[in-house]
Design a protein around this ligand. Structure first.
Ligand code: URP
Ligand code: ZN
Ligand code: ZN
Ligand code: ZN
Length: 461
């Protein structure tokens, strides 16, 4: 039996910061003890470092088909990059295509991921076609550990659901314990504004931000909340970017409704200034919901502090600038939507600690513990406690780095944070006790990561 001891570090969880040694046995945390009390066969020195739970990124899109192309990270490259960035669990979105079953979609995503992942993974299911059959399938998926379902109020003709389909899926999830995740933007209205903008010759990437108005995010968020209230179902709104949408969530939560919100680093650190970069460079920042004017960032940080927003995920959905983002030259509506970021999230949020936006424990809460709780992975994932999977990151809070496509591990030809200096860096990463990153060398392997079935949302109990 190999016993590994991480000694000398500051163990940070969502609830505590303690100088403690962490004992690992059989891939799990066996004990936390006062420094120097325990011994082991193998030791990892964490003196002067943080010992934190591996990150849980509850929103990724490896290999997503979108706009006639595919997100450029595979499960292999994307989970390796996740590990480099201190994330040891991803929850990716399996896609049901219209006219096909949920089962077909889920099987296809299992086939893409199985044997290829460096770290553990789960799936949400994108429901693009609500009918009697798919409603029944939702029950089976919940039993199999796919306990959350994404619906889209945007993208008519692709992933879009109308209000009736949304209400039916919410009613079903109220019965089977599933959690509806909503892409809240009024896609029907947005498509009118897209058509009008293009007719005026407004084709540059920055118009993507102008037509996808904050008010249309707020309206959809409000409507989703009311539909969930009618259905008696909880609701999780993904990639919240607008002040007005945060206000809708905050008001509903003040009324005691079980509604939750996620935001992403791009909305906290980037803005419409990036979308307006010349020479089509703005295309690198096209995602939906869109980046907002800088003024919105304060509301997102406040929401994270007040717990009106509970989770920061990446919505990692990379498309290369060359050959992919370029599909939208001359027509912003043809730029594939999505940003890379699975490798950057833990570092950017650590920088937010240094910048005074959030506390250290809140960093771990929004990036590890809350996503694990929200999606039924806690306390297996998201914390350092006896019995938890030994998904552990040794984090050097003093190391400086400069984010760049030259040095990152995501399979994409640009960084959304090119040239940004941050303090704090992942040194070593364990996944179920196995070293995936060892003192900044990749020591993991494709196939170590396994599908991780989830229970229902633990944020409600
Ligand atoms: O622009 C984005 N967010 N692309 C990924 C698909 C989605 O809506 O989450
Ligand atoms: Zn043993
Ligand atoms: Zn979305
Ligand atoms: Zn997404």
């Amino acid at each position: 039996m190999t016993r590994t001891l991480i000694h000398g570090g500051l163990v940070i969880t969502a609830s505590d910061e303690v100088h403690a040694d962490v004992l690992i046995e059989h891939g799990r945390i066996a004990a936390l003890a006062a420094p120097g009390v325990l011994t082991a066969d193998r030791t990892i020195d964490a003196t002067g470092k943080y010992v934190i739970p591996g990150g849980v990124d509850a929103h990724t899109h490896m290999e997503l088909p979108f706009g006639g192309t595919f997100a450029s990270d595979t499960f292999e490259t994307g989970t390796r990059a996740a590990a480099w960035g201190g994330t040891t669990t991803i929850i990716d979105f399996a896609v049901q295509s219209v006219g096909h079953s949920l089962r077909e979609g889920l099987d296809a995503w299992h086939a893409k991921a199985e044997g290829n992942c460096a770290v553990d993974y789960g799936f949400h299911m994108i429901v693009s076609d609500v009918n009697e059959h798919t409603l029944k399938e939702m029950d089976h998926l919940v039993e199999e550990g796919v306990t959350s379902f994404k619906q889209f109020m945007a993208y008519p003709g692709v992933f879009y659901s109308d209000d009736g389909q949304i209400l039916r899926a919410m009613q079903r999830s109220a019965e089977n314990g599933g959690l509806i995740m909503m892409h809240a933007e009024n896609g029907i209205a947005i498509d009118v504004l897209v058509e009008q903008a293009l007719a005026r010759g407004e084709t540059d990437p920055r118009y993507h931000g102008e037509v996808r108005k904050a008010l249309l995010e707020a309206e959809a968020t409000h409507r989703a909340i009311k539909l969930a209230q009618v259905a008696g179902a909880p609701l999780y709104v993904v990639h919240v970017s607008a002040t007005e949408a945060v206000a809708e969530l905050a008001r509903a939560r003040d009324e005691g409704l079980p509604v939750f919100g996620e935001t992403c680093p791009q909305y906290l650190f980037l803005s419409t200034d990036n979308l307006a970069e010349p020479d089509f460079e703005g295309a690198k920042y096209v995602c939906s919901t869109p980046l907002r004017p800088k003024e919105h960032q304060a509301a997102l940080w406040r929401g994270l502090r007040t717990n009106d927003l509970q989770v920061v995920s990446t919505d990692h959905c990379p498309f290369c600038f060359v050959g992919q983002k370029e599909l939208g030259r001359g027509d912003f509506s043809k730029i594939p939507n999505g940003l890379p970021g699975v490798e950057n999230r833990m570092d950017l949020l650590h920088q937010a600690v240094l910048d005074g936006h959030i506390s250290r424990r809140r960093w771990i809460e929004i990036a590890c513990a809350s996503p694990a709780r929200m999606f039924g992975l806690y306390p297996k994932k998201g914390t350092i406690a006896p019995g938890a999977d030994a998904d552990v990151v040794i984090y050097d809070p003093h190391a400086e780095q400069i984010m760049s496509a030259e040095t990152h591990h995501m399979n994409v030809d640009y960084s959304a944070y090119e040239g940004r200096r941050t303090t704090g860096r992942v040194e070593t990463v364990l996944s179920r006790g196995e070293p995936v990153i060892t003192e900044r060398e990749y020591t993991g392997r494709a196939g170590h990561g396994v599908f991780t079935p989830r229970s229902t949302c633990q944020y409600l109990t």
